[in-house]
Unconditional design. Sequence first.
Length: 149
Amino acid sequence: MRAIVQRVSRAVVSVHGNTISSIDQGLLVYVGVGREDGSQDVEYLAEKIRYLRVFPDNVGKMNRDVVGMEGAVLLISAFTLLADARKGRRPSFDAAADHGQAMSLYESLRDRLVEMELRVETGAFGEYMMVDSVNDGPICILLESRRVF
């Protein structure tokens, strides 16, 4: 599994012009599921997201996690994170999981984050979404459960 984690001051996701989820301060997390991914990948990402210290403490050092900031997570499915654009001009999505597997693992990640006492909002899996966010920093962290980068 891959994720892009962004520290945001707000984020909103809409489908067909209707707002379906929003958060104020917290983490906007785009998640892509690969064909080889399983429960161990879910656990790895959940732990990283939950304890990632990207919020400032009282002296401005990035030393607090999202729970310490009383923030939330907006979790968005994004199969394009598995794109391979090394050859040609059109990305290949061969490494992305099929719809059923990806949805199952995405929902497992959401459930695991909730179990870890995070307030989690979600996008609409498999839908075309408009995501509006204000990146705070900007802080953008790449996570990869297979640790390939």
